[in-house]
Write a protein that binds this ligand. Structure first.
Ligand SMILES: Cc1cc2nc3c(=O)[nH]c(=O)nc-3n(C[C@H](O)[C@H](O)[C@H](O)COP(=O)(O)O)c2cc1C
Length: 195
């Protein structure tokens, strides 16, 4: 055994989505954010394309993201579908979190790796981030949706035409008790083929 599987399993099971509304104002130190990003880049990557392009919004920078998400939701939502709660979430989340990391995915220019595989690699990177947050006692929340993953967000982040934003990952210190969760039994989702 090279690591404690027991500790690793505990960490994996303890990883929780905690929403920005439940974060305190405590600022996440720069070295911690850097470690989270560094661990992200150690995700597996088909063809070593390393598609991740992170844009980190902190401090006053969070206001830019907040303004963008709010105005983009308003621009793209027909008045009859406009929900104040959704608008408020878009505007408030970047300000409630200490850090908001936009998850840019860059396609490699040669196109030898499929978009699906690049998305898989991105998801692995986000998991690395989220697990690292858990180790620090930080809440994390992967937010997706049309406003965040659309073309305007891609342009806002300065990504290329072929690239895409796969979400915003919010980070902050929880002001609530660490949440518990559950999963259906792994036994129910596994089929063994043995002969
Ligand atoms: C790709 C992806 C996108 C997600 N996007 C959202 C989202 O937009 N809104 C949301 O409330 N939760 C989102 N989640 C978080 C899930 O709701 C959460 O993982 C699930 O409730 C299980 O909780 P846990 O992460 O604490 O185990 C997303 C999760 C993944 C993997």
């Amino acid at each position: 055994m090279r690591y404690s599987v027991s500790e690793l399993s505990d960490l994996i099971r303890d990883r929780r989505t905690i929403f920005p509304k439940d974060y305190t104002d405590r600022v996440v130190r720069r070295e911690i954010v850097e470690r989270i990003l560094q661990n992200a880049t150690w995700a597996p990557t088909h063809g070593m394309t390393q598609p991740w392009r992170f844009v980190v919004f902190t401090g006053e920078g969070r206001k830019r993201l907040s303004d963008h998400l709010g105005s983009e939701y308003t621009r793209t939502t027909p008045p009859e579908k406009f929900l104040q709660k959704k608008y408020d979430n878009h505007v408030n989340r970047p300000l409630q979190a200490s850090v908001a990391i936009a998850l840019g995915m860059a396609r490699d220019p040669v196109g030898k790796i499929s978009e699906l595989d690049e998305m898989h690699a991105m998801a692995c990177a986000v998991q690395n981030m989220h697990l690292t947050c858990t180790a620090y006692g930080l809440g994390g929340f992967w937010n997706t949706g049309a406003v965040i993953t659309g073309d305007t967000m891609r342009a806002f982040l300065g990504l290329g035409e072929q690239d895409r934003c796969l979400g915003v990952f919010y980070i902050g210190y929880p002001g609530i008790e660490w949440p518990k969760s559950h999963r259906r039994s792994w036994v129910d989702v596994v089929r063994w083929v043995e002969e």
